[in-house]
Ligand binder design. Structure first.
Ligand SMILES: [Zn+2]
Length: 248
């Protein structure tokens, strides 16, 4: 398929114009016109790009691209090396940040819920990014922790009493510890996100709402992967998800 066709399709599917974001969503680095093979990954790191070159990909689609608000705009250093590699191999880079967190089926939040068996009920927080929902039945926090560790193949950091019962949950993938207060206001038993901060621990202890830091990378693997599978099915192009591990 043609690059423009892919770009228009993705921008509409993910409704990029309805988000205020910290980075440009859509095509970030232009490569060749014809797209036959797509590589997806969480972050457009040099390791991911090298793997995409080895796979002879025509386009890379990521959740974390470049040109974040407040960063040095110059194409130097780490960013310069990454972009040089893309241009040298004529590989297109597409990045979708908040639009990929939020998509009702292919989004990071929806895909994480699928894997953990969470039932979505409502959305909350700035731009309705975070999700409130429930488990099928009440389980101890320790059992939820075990389920997360198995599903994400990463041990979560948990603040809460392992024996406490969890039925209602809220979640938001990535670095969404800033939504914890809003999650507590939703009246849930536990909040699951990727990262944790020092003050989060106190908020969990003093509110009695359990906090689960399941990994920024680990919670954001699934949206872009689902998006790549969707594109392969819809347009008959090749797709490969490449997981470059990140312990955070
Ligand atoms: Zn993220």
């Amino acid at each position: 398929m043609q690059r423009n066709e892919l770009e228009n399709y993705l921008n509409q599917l993910l409704e990029i114009s309805s988000f205020k974001d910290y980075c440009p969503n859509g095509i970030q680095v232009e490569g060749r016109n014809s797209i036959r093979k797509i590589v997806t990954g969480v972050t457009a790191s040099l390791d991911l790009l090298n793997a995409a070159v080895a796979q002879e990909a025509d386009a890379v689609i990521v959740h974390h691209g470049y040109f974040w608000r407040g960063e040095n705009a110059c194409i130097t250093g780490m960013k310069g090396r990454r972009i040089a590699l893309l241009i040298q191999h004529e590989i297109n880079l597409f990045a979708y940040h908040l639009p990929l967190d939020c998509h009702p089926e292919l989004g990071n939040n929806a895909q994480l819920a699928c894997r953990l068996g969470f039932i979505e009920q409502d959305r909350f927080g700035e731009q309705n990014i975070a999700v409130r929902g429930k488990l099928r039945e009440a389980i101890p926090l320790s059992a939820l922790s075990e389920k997360i560790a198995q599903t994400l193949t990463r041990e979560p950091l948990i603040i809460g009493d392992p024996g406490q019962s969890v039925k209602s949950v809220a979640w938001c993938t990535g670095a969404a510890q800033g939504y914890f207060e809003a999650a507590i206001a939703q009246g849930v038993d536990a909040y699951i996100t990727g990262e944790i901060s020092e003050q989060t621990v106190h908020l969990a202890r003093e509110s009695g709402v359990a906090f689960i830091a399941a990994g920024h990378h680990a919670t954001e693997r699934y949206g872009v992967q689902a998006l790549g599978e969707h594109l392969a099915e819809k347009f008959g192009i090749q797709h490969q998800f490449i997981d470059i591990d990140n312990p955070v």
